[in-house]
Design a protein around this ligand. Structure first.
Ligand code: AMP
Ligand code: GLY
Length: 425
């Protein structure tokens, strides 16, 4: 059999981790990336095509005779990349544009959850700024104000006071703080508890669950400082047992699959369920229609199966009902970020010590924002490197990840020291 030709869309740490795992497939696939990165270039043949340019992506896939496309980020899915490829019979792992609204529109996602009885916080959505401000002045505090559209982590504010809530509405709806994403807002009841991420592969009919994971979104230790794209993650979770997983299956994932079928949403890809574990049980905060970042970097080293078989069977609607084989033990991912992240990251600084980190026991380094010059590796983004380690338990995985992280140095490097410890709240 000819080796399959697989293209991964994206350029960050998540895509690096997916390609690392795909490169271990016994089927020896030929790997491609668009646009990829210097680090990804060690595993895949990179093509500088813009994933948001659908026709150019179709051309590229035809030219390269791609057998399977795996889409990393949400933006190309929201722009209809999966639909564009499928029109040319190119198998793709990633949902249709309509289904991607489950991430690209909070109001769409909330209405979906309500319609299908999926537990989530009570909400109202608004397209009129004055009405939204009136509601923000009346609804119970704390109140969560969410811009409807994709806002790169800047579209959600948990507001303790009226003033903050009204200000959030104005920022989103009248001041254009998050652009078009803020033309509609959702006002939502605030939930209390610990958060958890559950990722499941969905082939339209069936689903298979990955181990529960938790990311740390705040910049600083003890969950302080501003929100970021994610400063680290760990898996499995000591506070997520079989019973809780059963509840999430019954209350969320079973209903999700029924819901996409009932609503005729074409969904072959991964659903990332952001949960709040409340006293009354798990409630859905959000759906993402793609792999999490840095959850994926954390989970890939735990998988004990061929990722290519898994994603291909999902993309072709032939997912198995068997559990996904995973290693015993735990995984911890520490994100190394640039000075000034998340507001104004300072880039183009020389990175030392990546090889040293990779030589540490059970440590992998995935590149989130780097580039290679004649001098060596340089920082090239807010989140720079993901240092991931596995170990027999969370404590040892964390010790190993930090042993790796300490090997790396660049001016202004910042990382949290408490990834893998239970969250403060
Ligand atoms: P989202 O993009 O909807 O996941 O929101 C980003 C973050 O805002 C979540 O990870 C939570 O920390 C917080 N958040 C969102 N919705 C709520 C809610 N209803 N109650 C409390 N916190 C929330
Ligand atoms: N780790 C959160 C996300 O990928 O959206």
């Amino acid at each position: 059999m000819k080796p399959p030709r697989v293209l991964v869309v994206g350029s960050g740490g998540r895509e690096h981790a997916l390609l690392w795992k795909l490169s271990q497939s016994p089927r020896k696939p030929e790997l491609f990336a668009a646009p990829g990165s210097t680090a990804i270039g060690k595993l895949a043949d990179c093509h500088g095509v813009d994933p948001l340019n659908g026709p150019a992506m179709v051309e590229l896939c035809k030219e390269l005779k791609i057998d399977l496309v795996i889409v990393g980020p949400e933006a190309p899915l929201a722009a209809g990349l999966a639909d564009g490829l499928e029109a040319f019979n190119i198998p793709v792992f990633g949902p249709s544009q309509e289904a991607a609204k489950l991430e690209s529109s909070k109001a769409f996602a909330k209405d979906f959850m309500k319609r299908h009885g999926i537990p989530t916080a009570g909400y109202e959505s608004f397209t009129d700024a004055a009405r939204a401000a009136d509601a923000a002045a009346e609804l119970e505090l704390p109140l969560v104000v969410k811009a409807d559209g994709l806002a790169a982590g800047k579209g959600v504010r948990v507001c303790a006071s009226r003033r903050e809530a009204i200000e959030a509405v104005q920022d989103f709806m009248t001041k254009g703080a998050v652009g078009e994403a803020g033309q509609r807002v959702v006002l939502e009841k605030c939930l209390k508890g610990r958060e958890a991420s559950v990722l499941a592969l969905v082939d339209g009919e069936r689903y298979q669950v990955l181990p529960a994971c938790r990311d740390h979104k705040r910049l600083k230790d003890k969950d302080e400082g501003p929100n970021t794209g994610g400063m680290g993650a760990y898996s499995p979770l000591p506070d997520f047992d079989e019973k809780l997983l059963e509840t999430v299956r019954r209350e969320v994932l079973d209903k999700f699959v029924k819901g996409i079928r009932a609503d005729k949403l074409k969904y072959r890809g991964v659903v990332f369920v952001g949960l709040m574990l409340t006293e009354k049980g798990p409630q859905v905060l959000e759906f993402n229609v793609r792999f999490g970042d840095p959850e994926t970097q954390t989970l890939m080293p735990l998988l004990e199966c061929d990722l290519l078989d898994l994603l291909e069977s999902c993309a072709k609607g032939r997912l198995s009902a068997a559990p996904i084989p995973v290693k015993k033990g735990a995984s911890v991912c520490v994100v190394l970020a640039s000075e000034g992240y998340p507001e104004k990251p300072i880039t183009n600084r020389r990175i030392h010590g990546i090889e040293g980190a990779e030589a540490e026991l059970d440590v992998l380094v995935f590149h989130a924002g780097t580039r290679r010059t004649a001098e060596g590796w340089m920082t090239n983004g807010g989140r720079v490197l993901n240092v991931v380690a596995t170990g027999p338990d969370l404590a040892r995985a964390s010790t190993r990840a930090y042993a790796g992280a300490r090997c790396v140095d660049f001016e202004g490097v910042h990382y949290r020291k408490d990834i893998g410890a239970a969250p403060a709240k």
